[in-house]
Design a protein around this ligand. Structure first.
Ligand SMILES: [Fe+2]
Length: 295
């Protein structure tokens, strides 16, 4: 059983801070819950204290991810286990609003992860403007040592590997979503994309209309992926981070090591496989945008 059950938050260093904050509040549709002495903005989708943290910075950067440990987890014991792996975890108290105690560890240079058992849930409610997604569903990351990071997620945290693309993109999950994280082999640690789940598939049209009003072009999609079979569309936030909006993701059944069968699956049973880079769209839509390179 995985040691964590959900991705809690992603913290980003942001160069164009006011414009980016405005995008997350007004266009994506989140709620500003808190700020701190670094002028960071803590944004909630509707329930937890924060799902996204934006920190003013000279350049775009991935600061850290936050994963919520299973209820009752012992942070001190967890930190000791990380130490036994040869890592150097740090227990932090009151280092950020909303999370009183956490363990932070730099698993692979630049791929910093925070683990916590409890986060405050002020429940500001879902935004009544913008796209107002259901949740932060997954994150795709570039790592300088992806095999080591995959090993950490799989062997230490207990994530299930669900699919690969081209042997280079590694999809893993800690719950019933096909993937909670996608680890890509490419270079220095950075974010490839952030993915938010929409309420329903019809909302892709609403989201595209909302982006149009904000003068933000859709880069790729909507189309159904192969790995995960989510219907996805991508655009960029003002900080140049690729944002995925999706619905209809495959449901992973850990007990069977397969996804719940769907009429559109190319293979039954839908067990983990290595898809080709030419198989990004299950509908074979030929988009110009280079989604793999995110540019
Ligand atoms: Fe994605």
């Amino acid at each position: 059983m995985p040691k964590v059950f959900q991705l809690g938050y992603v913290a980003l260093g942001v160069s164009d801070f006011e414009r980016t904050k405005n995008y997350y509040l007004e266009t994506l549709g989140t709620q500003l819950v808190d700020t701190d002495s670094d002028k960071a903005a803590y944004l909630s989708i509707g329930y937890a204290h924060h799902d996204i943290v934006l920190k003013p910075s000279s350049e775009q950067s991935l600061l850290h991810l936050g994963y919520q440990l299973n209820r009752g987890a012992d942070l001190d014991a967890f930190a000791r286990d990380l130490k036994d792996l040869g890592l150097t975890p740090e227990i932090k108290s009151d280092s950020q609003p909303g999370v009183s105690r956490l363990v932070e560890v730099d698993v692979v240079s630049g791929n910093v992860i925070q683990f916590y058992e409890t986060i405050e849930t002020p429940a500001p409610g879902f935004a009544r403007k913008g796209i107002a997604p259901l949740n932060l569903g997954h994150v795709a990351l570039v790592s300088p040592d992806t095999p080591k990071l995959v090993e950490f997620y799989r062997d230490f945290l207990g994530f299930y590997p669900t699919d690969q693309i081209g042997g280079l993109a590694n999809f893993l999950t800690c719950n019933h979503d096909h993937h909670v994280v996608n680890l890509l082999e490419a270079g220095p640690a950075k974010i490839h994309h952030l993915a938010f789940q929409l309420r329903e598939t019809a909302d892709h049209a609403m989201a595209a209309d909302t982006l149009r009003l904000a003068d933000i072009p859709v880069k790729w999609g909507p189309s159904r992926h192969t790995a995960g079979h989510n219907i996805a569309a991508y655009h960029k936030d003002p900080n140049n981070v690729l944002i995925e909006l999706y619905t209809d993701m495959d449901v992973w059944i850990p007990e069977l090591g397969m996804c719940e069968p769907r009429p559109w699956h190319e293979h039954l049973p839908m067990v983990p496989r290595n898809w080709g880079f030419d198989e990004l769209s299950a509908w074979n839509v030929d988009f110009d945008y280079n989604l793999a390179a995110a540019e």
